[in-house]
Design a protein around this ligand. Structure first.
Ligand code: NAD
Ligand code: IPM
Ligand code: MN
Length: 357
């Protein structure tokens, strides 16, 4: 196959991990006989520095013309001034919206080799396999926002809103995923307080009852979910929720496998290229040190082969190579639990070696 892949390295550890993902892409191309061409484009803080915009028009056009997009991470202290004219994160939200990527798939699976890397007890974490579906182009992230001065002090606001079609389409994605898994969907909301959550709950229940009567379905309030997620995580199969709740719960969920540096994600719309990225950020505290865990990005690359290129065997080969790399016992510092550790490139070396077969 011939495919065009856009790489958006971004900021902080973004370029370090994207370099390793590109080696994985090249290795897959050689092993399976594909022509995969990668081109790099600007997004985030680096794009602000070089063009004044976190999402240049040229980058949008390249992403839309690609078969898939692989992103590192954006943001960092250099661009964090609250009164700045623009922000790196605006570029990320912008590309998700431009490409219509309303469903963000975030699998959380505890790898057997890493059970002791989790800060949680083995008997809680063993066997965890949750598939989060986070709504990605609506909710409070994209509602009306503003600031105004009243009597010398200020007020600021962000509106959280969802429409029926926005809820329906993301719940359908979750239900379709559940059909191929253990057949259970959990919808997470704050319907005891928020009107927007009451609409979410009504529409989700209707979609599930009308279209997926054979699936098990439950609703959980988001505050309780934050607790259940670490007390009985094995009870969850597919979890569907809004943009903000999904953002927060999945960072929490990363402690089940043991590190943010392990969790990949896929952002999909209705047709068109998908966007693949680790769920973590630019990790300014370790950027430039060569110690970032590249596995989240490498697993996101596997998702890209599966969901955008239709190459499931290649995706499985990458996942098996990550497994084999972990079997060697080598660990980056985030999953080493204080024992000796290796760097970003060495970790990727183990994956590439296993992938070469
Ligand atoms: P973060 O995810 O960057 O880091 C949180 C913690 O996890 C840090 O201690 C970091 O060192 C660690 N960590 C993250 N990824 C790691 C990896 N691959 N290997 C080892 N350790 C890893 O979150 P933050 O520090 O709150 O945010 C930093 C910046 O990143 C902010 O500007 C934020 O807006 C941005 N951000 C971007 C994305 C994205 O581009 N998708 C996602 C989240 C945060
Ligand atoms: C993520 C990040 C982003 C989000 C930020 C950087 C805009 O935290 O991808 O999880 O909140 O969606
Ligand atoms: Mn996040």
């Amino acid at each position: 196959m011939d495919a065009k892949i856009v790489l958006l390295p971004g900021d902080g550890i973004g370029p370090e991990i994207i370099n390793q993902a590109e080696r994985v892409i090249d290795t897959v191309a050689t092993r399976f006989g594909h022509t995969l061409s990668c081109s790099r484009h600007l997004m985030g803080g680096i794009a602000i520095d070089e063009t004044g915009s976190p999402l240049p028009e040229e980058t949008i056009a390249a992403c839309k013309a690609a078969d898939a997009v692989l992103l590192g991470a954006v943001g960092g202290p250099k661009w964090d001034d609250p009164s700045a004219r623009t922000r790196p994160e605006k570029g990320l939200l912008g590309i998700r919206k431009e490409m219509g990527l309303f469903a963000n798939l975030r699998p959380i699976k505890a790898q057997s080799q890493l059970i002791d890397a989790s800060p949680l007890k083995r008997e809680i974490v063993e066997g965890v396999d949750i598939f989060f579906v986070r709504e990605l182009t609506g909710g409070i992230y994209f509602g009306e926002s503003g600031r105004k001065e009243i009597d010398g002090s200020e007020e600021a606001w962000n509106v959280m809103s969802y429409t029926t079609p926005e809820i329906e389409r993301v719940v359908r994605i979750a239900a379709e995923a559940a059909k191929l898994r253990r057949g259970k969907v959990t919808s997470v909301d704050k319907a005891n307080v928020l009107e927007v959550s009451r609409l979410w709950r009504q529409i989700a229940a209707k979609v599930m009852a009308d279209e997926y009567p054979d699936l098990e379905y439950e609703v959980v309030l988001v505050d309780a979910m934050a607790m259940h997620l670490i007390s009985r995580p094995r009870d969850f199969d597919v979890v569907v929720t809004g943009n903000l709740f999904g953002d927060i719960l999945t960072d929490e969920g990363s402690m089940l496998p043991g590190s943010l540096g392990l969790l990949p994600s896929a952002s999909l719309g209705s047709g068109g290229p998908g966007l693949y990225e680790p769920i973590h950020g630019s990790a300014p505290d370790i950027a430039g040190q060569g110690v970032a865990n590249p596995l989240a990005t490498i697993l996101a690359t596997a998702m890209m082969f599966r969901h955008s290129l239709g190459l499931d065997e290649e995706a499985q080969a990458i996942e098996a190579a990550v497994d084999a790399a972990l079997d060697t016992g080598y660990r980056t510092p985030d999953i080493a639990r204080g024992s000796s550790s290796i760097g970003t490139v060495e970790m990727a070396d183990h994956v590439v070696t296993a992938l070469e077969g």
